[in-house]
Design a protein around this ligand. Structure first.
Ligand code: FES
Ligand SMILES: [Fe+2]
Length: 348
């Protein structure tokens, strides 16, 4: 596994809506500096965070009430479309425009397409209506990760690791012992695992008030290059869906700068939605589990980074979804390089 370049012709979770306001926010995405902000009409916008004059970060500048963005090095000013409208009080009016990225703000998430704007297709985004559904509740956030995107992708597509990395919360022997079914649909990769009559891991025991034995289903869908949705159902053994407790986890795996990744998460449920104590417990557990993953992936990153020649990897059956995921990303990257569209073009 050597892939460290980033696919740009694809949607990534760029920010949660509640992170973006009338202050300028910088976030690196696929090695591009991006400056997010809202215009006076509340629409969110994202421009390359490099001033066309001398490359100073625009996010260190300021935003006027009318939505004009000013670079605070020499005073270039840009309108809401990213077009330069002048330089402070100087007579010069340079011809310059900022590269603006296609964005979709939906259900409290801001999706960004860092590649060729003409290829940006909203239809490729997964259904996130549960993030905005009154019958559901969720928590969300973003965790920094100093490991390459592909390691996170493989972590999520191979949940057998729950048995070993998360034994006190969501994992137990049943996870690794239960094989998965893998499906590939174009670029998308899905897997499902059906565990029946198993011991309830502590997180689910507490979250659902269930005692063993339970049935537990995992259905994961990877929308390459950077979106993963896990559907979780847990039920007392013998009851069938829809009697189970439903949870969903959305991960936005967004490459940052170099081998750093933004690990966006949202954990939702459709039962006991007003139970604040349960929400607090689940959020705490989610972050604890993610920290275990972060620690593992950062340790793994060092091993991959110091072994660039690539000693051979060994694989087993449970790697299948992760290997399909790797392949999907590699194919997207090849397509992009062949089409010469890896660099985004200005949309303004
Ligand atoms: S670098 Fe932005 S105005 Fe000079
Ligand atoms: Fe994990």
């Amino acid at each position: 596994m050597t892939l460290t370049q980033h696919v740009r012709n694809g949607w990534y979770l760029g920010a949660w809506s509640d992170e973006i306001g009338r202050t300028l926010k910088q976030r690196w995405i696929t090695d591009l500096p991006v400056c997010f902000y809202r215009l006076p009409d509340q629409t969110v916008t994202a421009v390359e965070d490099r001033c066309p004059h001398r490359k100073y970060p625009l996010s260190l500048g300021h935003l006027d009430d009318d939505g004009t963005l000013q670079c605070d090095y020499h005073g270039y000013r840009f309108d809401g479309q990213g077009v330069c409208v002048g330089v402070a009080e100087q007579a010069d009016k340079p011809k310059a425009a900022l590269r603006r990225f296609p964005l979709v703000e939906r259900d409290g998430a801001v999706w960004i397409w860092p590649g060729d704007p003409e290829l940006a297709d909203e239809g490729l985004l997964p259904d996130t209506s549960w993030l905005n559904d009154p019958n559901w509740t969720h928590v969300h956030g973003v965790v920094p990760l100093k490991a390459r995107h592909l390691l996170l992708l493989e972590n999520l597509l191979d949940l057998t690791h729950e048995t070993f990395l998360h034994p006190t919360s969501i994992g137990n022997a049943a996870v690794a012992a239960t094989p998965i079914d893998v499906t590939v649909d174009g670029d998308r990769v899905g897997f499902s695992r059906r565990m029946t009559g198993i011991e309830a891991p502590p997180f689910y025991e507490k979250s659902c008030g269930l005692t063993s034995p339970v049935d537990r289903w995992q259905d994961g869908d990877f929308y390459p290059p950077g979106i993963f949705v896990l559907n979780i159902r847990v039920a007392a053994t013998g009851t069938e869906e829809p009697d189970g407790f439903h949870m969903k986890v959305l991960y936005g795996m967004t490459p940052g700068r170099g081998n750093e990744t933004h690990d966006f998460y949202a954990l939702g449920r459709d039962y006991l939605i007003d139970d604040q104590e349960l929400t607090r417990f689940q959020h705490e557990q989610q972050l604890a589990v993610m920290q275990e993953d972060v620690d593992a992936l950062e340790a793994q990153e060092i091993m991959y980074a110091t072994d660039p020649g690539g000693t051979a990897e060994s694989s087993i059956k449970s790697d299948l979804a992760a290997l399909r995921g790797r392949r999907a990303v590699a194919k997207m990257l090849t397509r992009e390089q062949q089409a010469g569209t890896a660099r985004p073009r200005a949309s303004a």
